[in-house]
Design a protein around this ligand. Structure first.
Ligand SMILES: [Zn+2]
Length: 437
C-alpha cells in the first residue's frame, strides 16, 4: 500500500507554517507518513515507494474539527433563530427525546461524509448512542474522538451514563479501528447539567484510564452567571473537582476572566474555539488572542450542524481570524497562517494527539488535496508564500477539496466518497428527520 504523493505545493503544518514547493509526502504500509519534504530531498531507489501520484494543487493535513455533534444534521435548520437555552429546551431536547439508534447512525454517516468532502478528517464528537457514531465513522473511513454525553436530566442519570462510558472503554480500549480511527472519551455535557459529585466522579474515572474529557465550558452568559456566582467560574470548578488534572478539552470557553485563562494555561487544557456557533447564538466572542498569548492549546470547532449549520471548518478558520481582529481592533491579531494551523496542528494539540494534524514522519497520513482550478488561484501558485496562504484561507476554503486520505486510505476521490453512496446517506437522513420533526 505504500505510495508517494508529489504535489506542486505541500503545507506540512509545522509550527512555522512552511510552504514547500514541489513537495513529496510518502505513506508507508501502516498508513503513516514516512517522509514529507521537497522532492529533491525525497528518498530514492529501494527506499522510495514504487507508486507515485502527481497532484496539481496543494497538499495539506486533514483538518481537525475539535468540537461537533455531527448527528445533529438530523435537526439542521430547526429553531435557527433562537438563543441557546430556548433553542435547547423548546426545539432540540423534545426532538432528541424521540431519537433511535438508527437515527444517530444515519446522521453521523452523513455528517462524516460532509466533513470528509470539506477536508475535515477528524472530529471530536459528543452525542447520544455514541456506539452508532463510531460505527458510522468506521463505514465512511473518517476519524473521530468521541463520547456519549453524561448529563443529569429527567430520565437520564449521570451515574448510569458514566458507567456506560467506563464499560465501553474497558471493553474496547481507548482506541480501535483500522488506523486508530476511533478514540473514546468521556463527554460530561457541562458544569450546569451535572452535580458537583458527578463532575468529581467523572474526573477520577477518566484520570484512571488516561482518557480525554470533553466538556462545554462557559458558552453562554445565562448558563455561566450562576456557575460564576456559586463556584467562582467554570474553570475554577473544573479545578476543584479535579478535571484540570487530567486530559481536558473545553468547548466554547467564551466567558473567561484573566484568572480562568491562566488556570486553563497552567493545567495544559485544550480549548475548542467555535466562533461560528458562538456568533450565531450570540453567545459572545471568545478571547482568542488572549488564550493564544497565554499559550493555551486552541483548536477550532464547528459545533453541531443544528446550531452552526454546515460542518465546514474552513469557515471557522476565517471567522476565528476575523472575530479576533474585530474584537481587538488589530488586523494582525491572528494571521491566515495562524488560523490555518489552529484547524490542523492546533486542533490535534487541543485533543492531546500528536499523531494527526500535521505532515510529519510517524503521524498518520490524513491528507487533503486542494485543486487550483478555481478563480481563487487564478494568480497561480508561483506567488509569495503569504499570498498563497491568503488565497487558500480567505478565498478558496473548502470548495476545491478533491481528494482526501485517512490513515493512507483514499476516502474521497473527485469530491465524492469512495466508500459510501452519498445520495443513499441523504435519503436515510431524510427518512429519520421526518419522524423526529
Ligand atoms: Zn457543543
Amino acid at each position: 500500500m505504500a505510495f508517494r504523493l508529489h504535489a506542486a505545493v505541500v503545507l506540512p503544518a509545522d509550527p512555522a507554517c512552511s510552504v514547500v514547493r514541489d513537495g513529496v509526502v510518502d505513506v508507508d504500509d501502516h498508513g503513516r507518513i514516512s517522509f514529507c519534504g521537497p522532492a529533491d530531498s525525497a528518498p530514492v531507489g529501494p527506499q522510495a515507494p514504487s507508486e507515485t501520484r502527481r497532484l496539481p494543487g496543494i497538499l495539506l493535513p486533514g483538518l481537525v474539527n475539535a468540537h461537533a455533534h455531527s448527528p445533529m444534521v438530523l435537526f439542521r435548520g430547526m429553531g435557527g433563530d433562537l438563543p441557546l437555552l430556548r433553542w435547547l429546551r423548546e426545539v432540540i431536547w423534545p426532538a432528541e427525546a424521540k431519537l433511535r439508534q438508527g437515527d444517530v447512525l444515519a446522521g453521523m454517516k452523513l455528517g462524516s461524509l460532509e466533513m470528509l468532502s470539506r477536508g475535515v478528517t477528524t472530529s471530536a464528537e459528543m452525542y447520544f448512542h455514541a456506539e452508532q457514531m463510531a460505527a458510522a465513522v468506521l463505514v465512511t473511513g473518517g476519524r473521530a474522538v468521541l463520547g456519549a454525553p453524561i448529563i443529569d436530566l429527567p430520565g437520564m442519570h449521570w451515574r448510569t451514563m458514566l458507567a456506560d462510558t467506563e464499560r465501553w472503554i474497558d471493553a474496547d480500549g481507548l482506541r480501535f479501528g483500522d488506523g486508530d480511527r476511533i478514540e473514546l472519551t468521556y463527554a460530561p455535557h457541562s458544569a450546569y447539567m451535572l452535580p458537583v459529585e458527578g463532575l468529581e466522579a467523572i474526573a477520577a474515572s477518566a484520570a484512571s484510564r488516561d482518557a480525554l474529557v470533553q466538556i462545554h465550558v462557559a458558552e453562554a452568559a445565562d448558563e455561566d452567571a450562576p456557575q460564576r456566582a456559586e463556584h467562582g467560574s467554570v474553570p475554577a470548578l473544573l479545578k476543584k473537582v479535579g478535571l484540570l488534572e487530567g486530559r481536558l478539552l473545553a468547548a466554547h470557553a467564551v466567558h473567561l476572566s484573566d484568572t480562568d485563562i491562566a488556570l486553563l494555561a497552567a493545567h495544559g487544557a485544550g480549548v475548542a474555539h467555535c466562533p461560528g456557533s458562538n456568533a450565531k447564538l450570540a453567545s459572545g466572542i471568545a478571547r482568542l488572542a488572549d488564550l493564544r498569548s497565554a499559550s493555551v492549546r486552541v483548536g477550532l470547532g464547528t459545533d453541531g450542524p443544528a446550531s452552526n449549520d454546515d460542518l465546514d471548518l474552513w469557515e471557522e478558520i476565517q471567522l476565528a481570524a476575523m472575530l479576533a481582529r474585530l474584537s481587538t481592533a488589530d488586523a494582525t491579531a491572528v494571521s491566515a497562517a495562524e488560523a490555518l494551523l489552529m484547524a490542523t496542528r492546533g486542533g490535534a494539540d487541543a485533543l492531546g494527539r500528536n499523531d494527526i494534524g500535521a505532515l510529519e514522519e510517524g503521524r498518520f497520513a490524513d491528507l487533503v488535496h486542494i485543486d487550483i482550478d478555481d478563480p481563487a488561484f487564478a494568480t497561480g501558485l508561483d506567488v509569495p508564500d503569504n499570498q498563497l496562504l491568503a488565497n487558500l484561507v480567505w478565498a478558496a476554503g473548502s470548495r476545491r477539496v478533491t481528494d482526501v486520505w485517512v490513515a493512507g486510505e483514499h476516502v474521497i476521490e473527485g469530491g465524492e466518497s469512495t466508500r459510501v453512496d452519498r445520495a443513499a446517506a441523504q435519503a436515510d437522513v431524510a427518512e429519520a428527520a421526518a419522524r423526529l420533526r
